[in-house]
Design a binder for this molecule. Structure first.
Ligand SMILES: NC(=O)c1ccc[n+]([C@@H]2O[C@H](COP(=O)([O-])OP(=O)(O)OC[C@H]3O[C@@H](n4cnc5c(N)ncnc54)[C@H](O)[C@@H]3O)[C@@H](O)[C@H]2O)c1
Length: 270
């Protein structure tokens, strides 16, 4: 049970009109936050925003100027931004091979990967102005584990995981914690095309409520640059990635690795 009190906080949720984003928006509002719901689905988005006494802003996250306008709308309504949940996403189902469609591919990468890069860059000035805050991004287990079902989805979600694991180690130095949530299959409209197949295979679905619990755990933690997995029946926690192999000298002994602390020194000292 959370002890979070978000009274006076301003939160933004992209893809907040349905599914996981809707669940997060409702939970954050229930904890006292003023919530901006950003989505391409105007009807559902407006309805969720009205329900939680928040505001709706029509936003296609694949469009950078739309991301900037989204943040302006947050500031106009609530004067600040403290929590940004960059969650909007689609399953791409981009065929590889004879049926490959480059337009469909660009759209999938545009929403799931560019949308997060654009979102982070759009919210950063407002979070800095607030003296810090939280960015929580939605990726997927497809960003951790091979997903032959949809390799392009795996590519953009792995990209998001890499982005946040790296960016979170830089942003934390200015009080902005950036983390990523990687749910397994969850019970939303997104899984509709494969729901029957998952059921046949006996794969359990996460409830939206269970997935939303992880966003609160992330907000309550002190982590940054972590990738929190969500799997049915397991406590959600940061995934322990295996340490990457470091360099060796000619005689086989360990050489200095460009680890995050070294990279930070390089950036600071030029
Ligand atoms: N449901 C799952 O099994 C599952 C598992 C792992 C990760 N995810 C991820 O969780 C996130 C939310 O998915 P969901 O399951 O709640 O799906 P959903 O379809 O229920 O909700 C996604 C929301 O994003 C919105 N959206 C789509 N494209 C958009 C765009 N270009 N700009 C703004 N909004 C847009 C949709 O209108 C919708 O309201 C996605 O990033 C998805 O990849 C879902």
């Amino acid at each position: 049970m959370t002890t979070l009190d978000l009274t006076g906080k301003s939160a933004l949720v992209t893809g907040g009109a349905a599914g996981i984003g809707e669940g997060v928006a409702r939970r954050l509002a229930g904890l006292g936050a003023s919530v901006t719901v950003a989505d391409v689905d105007e009807e559902r988005g407006r309805s969720v925003a009205a329900d939680i006494d928040g505001q709706f802003i029509s936003t296609d996250v694949a469009d950078y100027p739309a991301n900037l306008a989204m943040v302006q709308a947050v500031l106009a309504a609530y004067g600040a931004l403290d929590i940004a949940v960059l969650n909007a996403g689609i399953i791409s189902s981009v065929a590889m091979g004879a049926d490959f469609d480059p337009v469909q591919y660009r759209r999938a990468m545009g929403i799931n990967l560019d949308g997060v890069v654009f979102g982070i860059n759009a919210v950063l000035p407002a979070l800095r102005e607030s003296g810090g805050g939280d960015i929580v991004v939605t990726a997927s287990m497809a960003g951790i584990a091979p997903t032959p079902l949809d390799p392009v989805y795996a590519a953009n979600k792995t990209g998001v995981v890499g982005l946040v694991r790296s960016f979170g180690l830089a942003s934390v130095h200015e009080g902005i914690r950036t983390n990523v949530v990687c749910p397994a299959f969850a019970d939303t409209q997104l899984v509709a095309p494969i729901r029957a197949g998952l059921e046949d295979a006996g794969v359990p679905l996460l409830s939206v409520a269970t997935v939303v619990d992880t966003y609160l755990a992330v907000l309550e933690s002190s982590s940054s640059g972590e990738c929190w997995f969500v799997q049915p029946g397991r406590p959600s926690e940061p995934f322990a990635f295996r340490r990457a192999p470091g360099p060796r000298t000619a005689d086989g002994s360990s050489a200095a690795a460009a680890d995050p602390a070294t990279q930070r020194r390089i950036v600071e000292n030029g």
